[in-house]
Write a protein that binds this ligand. Structure first.
Ligand code: GLU
Length: 344
Protein backbone atom coordinates (compact mmCIF):
# COMPACT_ATOMS: atom_id res chain seq x y z
CA UNK A 1 0.00 0.00 0.00
CA UNK A 2 1.32 3.46 -0.94
CA UNK A 3 1.05 5.92 1.94
CA UNK A 4 1.93 9.58 1.29
CA UNK A 5 3.35 11.84 3.98
CA UNK A 6 -0.01 13.30 5.03
CA UNK A 7 -1.70 9.94 5.28
CA UNK A 8 1.25 8.60 7.18
CA UNK A 9 0.89 11.46 9.62
CA UNK A 10 -2.80 10.89 10.24
CA UNK A 11 -2.17 7.14 10.48
CA UNK A 12 0.50 7.77 13.12
CA UNK A 13 -1.68 10.14 15.10
CA UNK A 14 -4.63 7.77 15.07
CA UNK A 15 -2.36 4.99 16.31
CA UNK A 16 -1.20 7.36 19.07
CA UNK A 17 -4.81 8.30 19.71
CA UNK A 18 -5.80 4.69 20.23
CA UNK A 19 -2.74 4.10 22.39
CA UNK A 20 -3.36 6.98 24.79
CA UNK A 21 -5.05 5.89 28.03
CA UNK A 22 -5.91 9.50 28.80
CA UNK A 23 -7.90 9.76 25.59
CA UNK A 24 -9.88 6.64 26.54
CA UNK A 25 -10.41 8.16 29.97
CA UNK A 26 -11.88 11.34 28.41
CA UNK A 27 -14.09 9.26 26.12
CA UNK A 28 -15.44 7.48 29.18
CA UNK A 29 -16.09 10.78 30.94
CA UNK A 30 -17.94 11.98 27.87
CA UNK A 31 -20.12 8.85 27.77
CA UNK A 32 -20.73 9.08 31.52
CA UNK A 33 -21.99 12.67 31.50
CA UNK A 34 -23.52 13.09 28.02
CA UNK A 35 -26.88 11.57 29.18
CA UNK A 36 -27.23 14.11 32.05
CA UNK A 37 -30.38 16.11 31.64
CA UNK A 38 -30.05 18.58 34.53
CA UNK A 39 -29.76 22.35 34.31
CA UNK A 40 -30.97 25.01 31.92
CA UNK A 41 -29.28 27.03 29.21
CA UNK A 42 -28.95 30.77 29.89
CA UNK A 43 -31.92 32.66 28.51
CA UNK A 44 -31.46 36.28 29.58
CA UNK A 45 -30.93 37.07 25.89
CA UNK A 46 -32.53 35.12 23.01
CA UNK A 47 -29.18 34.31 21.35
CA UNK A 48 -28.09 32.23 24.34
CA UNK A 49 -31.44 30.52 24.75
CA UNK A 50 -31.07 28.76 21.37
CA UNK A 51 -28.07 26.74 22.59
CA UNK A 52 -28.54 22.98 22.29
CA UNK A 53 -28.39 21.33 25.75
CA UNK A 54 -26.72 18.27 24.19
CA UNK A 55 -23.61 20.13 23.05
CA UNK A 56 -20.70 18.78 25.05
CA UNK A 57 -16.96 18.93 24.50
CA UNK A 58 -13.94 18.23 26.71
CA UNK A 59 -10.47 19.40 25.75
CA UNK A 60 -7.22 19.00 27.65
CA UNK A 61 -3.97 20.63 26.52
CA UNK A 62 -0.70 19.92 28.33
CA UNK A 63 2.10 22.41 28.89
CA UNK A 64 4.18 20.47 26.38
CA UNK A 65 1.51 21.01 23.73
CA UNK A 66 -0.28 17.65 23.61
CA UNK A 67 -3.99 17.83 22.85
CA UNK A 68 -6.64 15.36 24.02
CA UNK A 69 -10.24 16.00 23.20
CA UNK A 70 -13.65 14.48 22.76
CA UNK A 71 -17.05 15.80 21.64
CA UNK A 72 -17.96 19.28 20.42
CA UNK A 73 -14.60 20.98 20.90
CA UNK A 74 -14.76 23.12 17.77
CA UNK A 75 -18.32 24.35 18.29
CA UNK A 76 -18.21 28.14 18.76
CA UNK A 77 -19.98 29.92 21.62
CA UNK A 78 -19.58 33.24 23.42
CA UNK A 79 -16.88 33.41 26.05
CA UNK A 80 -18.99 35.57 28.40
CA UNK A 81 -17.58 35.90 31.92
CA UNK A 82 -14.54 33.76 31.16
CA UNK A 83 -13.13 36.86 29.44
CA UNK A 84 -12.97 38.65 32.81
CA UNK A 85 -9.95 36.70 34.06
CA UNK A 86 -7.90 37.44 30.96
CA UNK A 87 -8.88 41.11 30.81
CA UNK A 88 -7.78 41.40 34.44
CA UNK A 89 -4.32 40.14 33.46
CA UNK A 90 -4.22 42.66 30.63
CA UNK A 91 -5.19 45.55 32.94
CA UNK A 92 -2.35 44.60 35.29
CA UNK A 93 0.06 44.52 32.36
CA UNK A 94 -1.22 47.94 31.26
CA UNK A 95 -0.98 49.63 34.68
CA UNK A 96 0.93 47.43 37.12
CA UNK A 97 -0.37 45.50 40.09
CA UNK A 98 -0.38 48.38 42.57
CA UNK A 99 -2.53 50.72 40.51
CA UNK A 100 -5.06 48.04 39.58
CA UNK A 101 -5.29 47.17 43.28
CA UNK A 102 -6.53 50.72 43.99
CA UNK A 103 -9.42 50.16 41.54
CA UNK A 104 -10.45 46.53 42.04
CA UNK A 105 -10.16 44.37 45.16
CA UNK A 106 -9.71 40.58 45.23
CA UNK A 107 -12.24 39.51 47.87
CA UNK A 108 -14.85 36.87 47.05
CA UNK A 109 -18.36 38.25 47.53
CA UNK A 110 -20.64 35.24 47.90
CA UNK A 111 -23.09 37.50 46.06
CA UNK A 112 -24.51 37.12 42.57
CA UNK A 113 -22.15 38.12 39.74
CA UNK A 114 -24.29 41.12 38.80
CA UNK A 115 -24.98 42.48 42.27
CA UNK A 116 -24.85 46.24 42.66
CA UNK A 117 -22.44 46.40 45.55
CA UNK A 118 -19.08 48.06 46.23
CA UNK A 119 -16.73 47.82 49.23
CA UNK A 120 -18.14 50.39 51.66
CA UNK A 121 -14.77 51.62 52.90
CA UNK A 122 -12.82 51.89 49.65
CA UNK A 123 -15.64 52.03 47.07
CA UNK A 124 -13.78 49.39 45.09
CA UNK A 125 -15.68 46.56 43.43
CA UNK A 126 -14.98 43.34 45.32
CA UNK A 127 -13.13 41.42 42.64
CA UNK A 128 -12.55 41.39 38.87
CA UNK A 129 -14.83 38.38 38.28
CA UNK A 130 -18.10 40.05 39.30
CA UNK A 131 -19.58 42.47 36.79
CA UNK A 132 -18.68 45.59 38.78
CA UNK A 133 -15.03 44.53 38.96
CA UNK A 134 -15.00 43.43 35.35
CA UNK A 135 -16.38 46.76 34.16
CA UNK A 136 -13.79 48.62 36.27
CA UNK A 137 -11.14 46.35 34.75
CA UNK A 138 -12.37 46.96 31.20
CA UNK A 139 -12.13 50.68 31.94
CA UNK A 140 -8.39 50.18 32.55
CA UNK A 141 -7.68 48.70 29.12
CA UNK A 142 -5.45 51.19 27.34
CA UNK A 143 -5.88 52.40 23.77
CA UNK A 144 -6.65 55.44 21.76
CA UNK A 145 -10.44 55.17 21.43
CA UNK A 146 -12.88 52.28 21.21
CA UNK A 147 -11.42 50.66 18.10
CA UNK A 148 -7.88 50.46 19.40
CA UNK A 149 -8.99 49.18 22.81
CA UNK A 150 -11.04 46.42 21.17
CA UNK A 151 -8.21 45.59 18.78
CA UNK A 152 -5.76 45.22 21.67
CA UNK A 153 -8.27 43.04 23.51
CA UNK A 154 -8.82 40.74 20.53
CA UNK A 155 -5.07 40.54 19.98
CA UNK A 156 -4.59 39.48 23.59
CA UNK A 157 -7.09 36.63 23.12
CA UNK A 158 -5.32 35.69 19.87
CA UNK A 159 -2.05 35.27 21.76
CA UNK A 160 -3.75 33.00 24.30
CA UNK A 161 -5.50 30.77 21.75
CA UNK A 162 -3.26 31.05 18.69
CA UNK A 163 -6.06 32.14 16.37
CA UNK A 164 -8.08 35.22 15.42
CA UNK A 165 -11.44 35.76 17.15
CA UNK A 166 -14.69 37.34 16.02
CA UNK A 167 -17.34 39.06 18.07
CA UNK A 168 -20.84 37.58 17.88
CA UNK A 169 -22.57 40.82 16.86
CA UNK A 170 -26.18 39.78 17.70
CA UNK A 171 -25.03 38.74 21.20
CA UNK A 172 -23.11 42.01 21.62
CA UNK A 173 -26.12 44.08 20.50
CA UNK A 174 -28.45 42.13 22.80
CA UNK A 175 -26.10 42.50 25.78
CA UNK A 176 -25.94 46.20 25.03
CA UNK A 177 -29.70 46.57 24.58
CA UNK A 178 -30.55 44.74 27.79
CA UNK A 179 -27.54 45.80 29.90
CA UNK A 180 -29.19 48.41 32.11
CA UNK A 181 -28.04 46.73 35.27
CA UNK A 182 -24.42 46.88 34.08
CA UNK A 183 -25.00 50.51 33.11
CA UNK A 184 -26.27 51.19 36.66
CA UNK A 185 -23.18 49.52 38.14
CA UNK A 186 -20.92 51.61 35.89
CA UNK A 187 -22.62 54.88 36.89
CA UNK A 188 -22.39 53.97 40.56
CA UNK A 189 -18.64 53.46 40.14
CA UNK A 190 -18.35 56.73 38.20
CA UNK A 191 -20.12 58.46 41.06
CA UNK A 192 -17.41 57.20 43.44
CA UNK A 193 -14.61 58.12 41.06
CA UNK A 194 -13.64 54.47 40.53
CA UNK A 195 -13.86 54.56 36.74
CA UNK A 196 -13.34 57.18 34.04
CA UNK A 197 -16.26 58.96 32.41
CA UNK A 198 -15.94 57.18 29.04
CA UNK A 199 -18.79 55.00 30.28
CA UNK A 200 -20.41 54.08 26.96
CA UNK A 201 -17.08 53.15 25.41
CA UNK A 202 -16.09 50.99 28.38
CA UNK A 203 -19.48 49.27 28.55
CA UNK A 204 -19.27 48.54 24.82
CA UNK A 205 -15.85 47.02 25.37
CA UNK A 206 -17.22 44.94 28.25
CA UNK A 207 -20.21 43.72 26.17
CA UNK A 208 -17.86 42.99 23.26
CA UNK A 209 -15.39 41.03 25.40
CA UNK A 210 -18.31 38.88 26.63
CA UNK A 211 -19.39 38.30 23.00
CA UNK A 212 -16.07 36.95 21.71
CA UNK A 213 -16.51 33.58 20.03
CA UNK A 214 -14.39 30.70 21.32
CA UNK A 215 -14.62 26.91 21.42
CA UNK A 216 -13.75 24.25 23.98
CA UNK A 217 -10.33 23.73 22.42
CA UNK A 218 -9.56 27.46 22.79
CA UNK A 219 -10.50 27.35 26.48
CA UNK A 220 -8.07 24.48 27.08
CA UNK A 221 -5.25 26.29 25.23
CA UNK A 222 -5.93 29.48 27.21
CA UNK A 223 -5.77 27.58 30.49
CA UNK A 224 -2.67 25.70 29.34
CA UNK A 225 -1.04 29.05 28.51
CA UNK A 226 -1.56 30.20 32.10
CA UNK A 227 -0.42 26.78 33.37
CA UNK A 228 2.71 27.22 31.25
CA UNK A 229 3.72 30.56 32.79
CA UNK A 230 1.99 32.69 30.17
CA UNK A 231 3.45 31.12 27.02
CA UNK A 232 1.02 29.42 24.63
CA UNK A 233 2.35 25.82 24.57
CA UNK A 234 1.27 25.33 20.97
CA UNK A 235 2.43 28.53 19.25
CA UNK A 236 5.25 29.40 21.68
CA UNK A 237 3.97 32.98 21.81
CA UNK A 238 3.86 34.79 25.15
CA UNK A 239 0.32 35.93 26.05
CA UNK A 240 1.01 37.54 29.44
CA UNK A 241 4.04 38.53 31.47
CA UNK A 242 4.95 35.56 33.67
CA UNK A 243 5.02 37.79 36.78
CA UNK A 244 1.27 38.34 36.50
CA UNK A 245 0.05 34.79 35.93
CA UNK A 246 -0.23 34.22 39.68
CA UNK A 247 -2.43 37.34 40.04
CA UNK A 248 -4.85 36.01 37.44
CA UNK A 249 -5.03 32.42 38.63
CA UNK A 250 -5.25 33.20 42.34
CA UNK A 251 -8.35 35.34 41.70
CA UNK A 252 -9.70 32.56 39.47
CA UNK A 253 -9.32 30.12 42.37
CA UNK A 254 -11.09 32.32 44.92
CA UNK A 255 -13.70 34.05 42.71
CA UNK A 256 -13.86 32.34 39.30
CA UNK A 257 -16.97 30.16 39.69
CA UNK A 258 -19.53 32.78 40.69
CA UNK A 259 -20.87 32.29 44.20
CA UNK A 260 -19.92 28.61 44.10
CA UNK A 261 -16.21 29.51 44.13
CA UNK A 262 -15.63 28.26 47.68
CA UNK A 263 -17.23 24.91 46.95
CA UNK A 264 -15.26 24.64 43.69
CA UNK A 265 -11.96 25.39 45.48
CA UNK A 266 -12.86 22.73 48.06
CA UNK A 267 -13.97 20.02 45.64
CA UNK A 268 -11.91 20.65 42.51
CA UNK A 269 -9.04 22.88 43.65
CA UNK A 270 -8.11 24.31 40.26
CA UNK A 271 -8.09 28.01 39.33
CA UNK A 272 -10.98 28.24 36.87
CA UNK A 273 -13.47 30.58 35.29
CA UNK A 274 -16.90 29.84 33.92
CA UNK A 275 -19.30 31.76 31.73
CA UNK A 276 -23.02 31.62 31.06
CA UNK A 277 -22.32 30.45 27.49
CA UNK A 278 -21.54 27.06 29.08
CA UNK A 279 -17.75 27.19 29.08
CA UNK A 280 -15.29 26.45 31.88
CA UNK A 281 -11.54 26.99 31.62
CA UNK A 282 -9.48 25.35 34.39
CA UNK A 283 -5.76 25.64 35.07
CA UNK A 284 -3.49 23.01 36.60
CA UNK A 285 -0.32 25.07 37.11
CA UNK A 286 2.77 23.57 35.52
CA UNK A 287 0.78 20.70 34.03
CA UNK A 288 -2.23 21.37 31.81
CA UNK A 289 -5.32 23.33 30.92
CA UNK A 290 -8.88 22.02 30.67
CA UNK A 291 -11.67 23.46 28.54
CA UNK A 292 -15.21 22.13 28.87
CA UNK A 293 -18.22 23.29 26.91
CA UNK A 294 -21.78 22.26 27.78
CA UNK A 295 -24.54 24.90 27.90
CA UNK A 296 -26.90 23.64 30.66
CA UNK A 297 -26.12 25.62 33.82
CA UNK A 298 -26.84 25.09 37.50
CA UNK A 299 -28.60 27.76 39.57
CA UNK A 300 -25.29 29.54 40.21
CA UNK A 301 -24.53 29.84 36.48
CA UNK A 302 -21.88 27.12 36.12
CA UNK A 303 -21.98 24.40 33.46
CA UNK A 304 -23.25 21.24 35.14
CA UNK A 305 -21.36 18.78 32.93
CA UNK A 306 -18.33 21.09 33.14
CA UNK A 307 -18.24 20.88 36.93
CA UNK A 308 -18.59 17.10 36.91
CA UNK A 309 -15.83 16.61 34.36
CA UNK A 310 -13.39 18.82 36.28
CA UNK A 311 -14.29 17.14 39.58
CA UNK A 312 -13.58 13.71 38.12
CA UNK A 313 -10.28 14.71 36.48
CA UNK A 314 -9.14 16.45 39.65
CA UNK A 315 -9.99 13.47 41.86
CA UNK A 316 -8.75 10.69 39.57
CA UNK A 317 -5.38 12.30 38.82
CA UNK A 318 -4.84 14.04 42.16
CA UNK A 319 -4.89 17.49 40.54
CA UNK A 320 -6.48 19.43 43.41
CA UNK A 321 -3.91 22.17 44.20
CA UNK A 322 -3.64 20.98 47.78
CA UNK A 323 -3.72 17.26 47.15
CA UNK A 324 -0.99 15.35 48.96
CA UNK A 325 -2.50 11.87 48.65
CA UNK A 326 -1.51 9.26 46.09
CA UNK A 327 -3.89 9.64 43.15
CA UNK A 328 -5.85 6.82 41.51
CA UNK A 329 -4.00 7.40 38.21
CA UNK A 330 -0.56 8.83 37.63
CA UNK A 331 -1.01 11.69 35.15
CA UNK A 332 2.49 11.38 33.71
CA UNK A 333 1.94 7.77 32.67
CA UNK A 334 -1.48 8.50 31.21
CA UNK A 335 -0.84 11.52 29.01
CA UNK A 336 1.66 10.16 26.55
CA UNK A 337 0.37 10.07 22.99
CA UNK A 338 -1.87 13.13 22.58
CA UNK A 339 -2.33 14.76 19.18
CA UNK A 340 0.08 17.40 18.05
CA UNK A 341 -1.28 20.68 16.74
CA UNK A 342 -0.89 19.49 13.10
CA UNK A 343 -3.31 16.69 13.79
CA UNK A 344 -5.91 18.97 15.30
N1 GLU B 1 -22.49 39.27 29.77
C1 GLU B 1 -22.97 38.91 31.04
C2 GLU B 1 -23.42 40.09 31.85
O1 GLU B 1 -22.70 41.06 31.96
C3 GLU B 1 -21.97 38.11 31.81
C4 GLU B 1 -22.44 36.77 31.75
C5 GLU B 1 -21.64 35.76 32.51
O2 GLU B 1 -21.62 35.82 33.74
O3 GLU B 1 -21.02 34.88 31.87
O4 GLU B 1 -24.48 40.04 32.43
Amino acid sequence: MMVDKNNLHSLTSSIQAVASPFRSYLNELYEKYQPLKEGAVADYIPELAIANPDWFGISVVTVDGQIFEVGDCSKLFTIQSISKAFIYGMAIEDHGRDYVWTKVSVEPTGEAFNSIVLDEKTNRPYNPMVNAGAIATADLIKGNGATERLKRTLDMFRRYTGREHDINVPVFLSEKATGNRNRAIAYLMLNFGMISDRIDETLDLYFQQCSIMVNGHDLAVMAATLANGGVNPITGERAIDERYVQDVISVMLTCGMYDASGEWAYRVGMPAKSGVGGGITAVVPGKLGIGVFSPPLDVKGNSIRGIKVCEDISRDFGLHLFNVAKPKHNLKDWIEGGDSVDAW
